[in-house]
Design a protein around this ligand. Sequence first.
Ligand code: NAG
Ligand code: NAG
Ligand code: NAG
Length: 350
Amino acid sequence: MRLHIIISLLLSLCLAYAREKRAFITVVTTEEDVEPAMAIGTLLRASTRTKDSVHNSAYSLDYICLVLRKEEFEAYKNPTTDQVTGGVSLIGMKKLTFSGWTTRPVSYSIFNDNYKGANWSQADFNAMWIWAMNEYDKVVYLNHDVLVFKDIKDLFSRNVNFAAAPKPFASHQFDSGLMLIKPNMSTFTELMNELKRGIEGSWNLDVFLNNYYSAWYTMGANHRLSPYYNAPYSWTQDESWVQHRKDIRALHFLGDEKPSAILKNPKKYNVSKYGAPFIYIWAIILFFIANPLEDGFEDETRHVLQKVFDITKSSKAVAEYIEKMKRGGTRLRISIHDDAEHDDDEFDEL
Ligand SMILES: *[C@@H]1O[C@H](CO)[C@@H](O)[C@H](O)[C@H]1NC(C)=O
Ligand SMILES: *[C@@H]1O[C@H](CO)[C@@H](O)[C@H](O)[C@H]1NC(C)=O
Ligand SMILES: *[C@@H]1O[C@H](CO)[C@@H](O)[C@H](O)[C@H]1NC(C)=O
């Protein structure tokens, strides 16, 4: 009897001190997505890693990149060229690790076999692995075209199995670019069965998940995230951006207008004055990636986000900063251990 009491006391103590396991997760299945994933990972870490988040007694926070290894990859062949277009090389994995992701290869590729002739990106359902990662209590999934520039850790405090933000032009549906997911093996099994069964019209993961969670809109307010966590880049093309910009935390480059594509061919895309600072931030991160310091780019990115970028101002400061960097300017940094009052300018001459 007494032993029972002691054991249950001990158990309740352990439970009280068990840290919730949280993770930000992205998925990379092709070599072309390595660089965007490095960029968004760096921005994510610079925005969300704080002194408090790395030494927290209530939770641990991981940054995980699920990777489909080239070696393991046989599932998909381009039907016209018969070439295998997916998979990530070992060098790609190393690059992801260097940018701060903990890489974790998936054991096989989940793809939509029912959609023959699809491009790989459309048949790629590997984000579904997250539901099977039940060693985590909560996961925030990010697509590698979601640019996080403010802290979004508060998402983890929602106690729901699933949450997402509405689609820009169909607010009764959610956008799968950023989702809060509570991993759950039975949900994973259900999802896999549904995929095998082939829900009609589910040609990509976004459509598939919207079919699976078709009741999302009526699930209750906690399941619906504010679009400020997943704001479409197209919002920067409009004057109404000025009204909302202070609240926006992450920008989603939906469709073909990806920052790298815009940087390669700026004339083709009409970048507004409100969108331009984000394109310049991307350019700065690409500069860091091409000219890395020994310990990566997180601290430099934090400096850019805290001291250079200002969402209420034009791109001028960000544009000037990248020019300065390119001319060999001082590489300024802010680490999580620097307190907020710390003025970096004193390091200018180092
Ligand atoms: C695959 O992508 C190419 C180039 O983006 C496009 O021209 C083609 O129509 C796509 N195929 C399918 C089946 O969507
Ligand atoms: C897991 O998901 C199933 C439905 O797929 C649900 O019935 C169950 O309550 C979930 N478990 C937890 C711990 O949330
Ligand atoms: C860019 O703007 C010009 C002039 O307003 C317009 O003609 C063109 O179609 C726009 N291009 C794109 C890609 O939106």
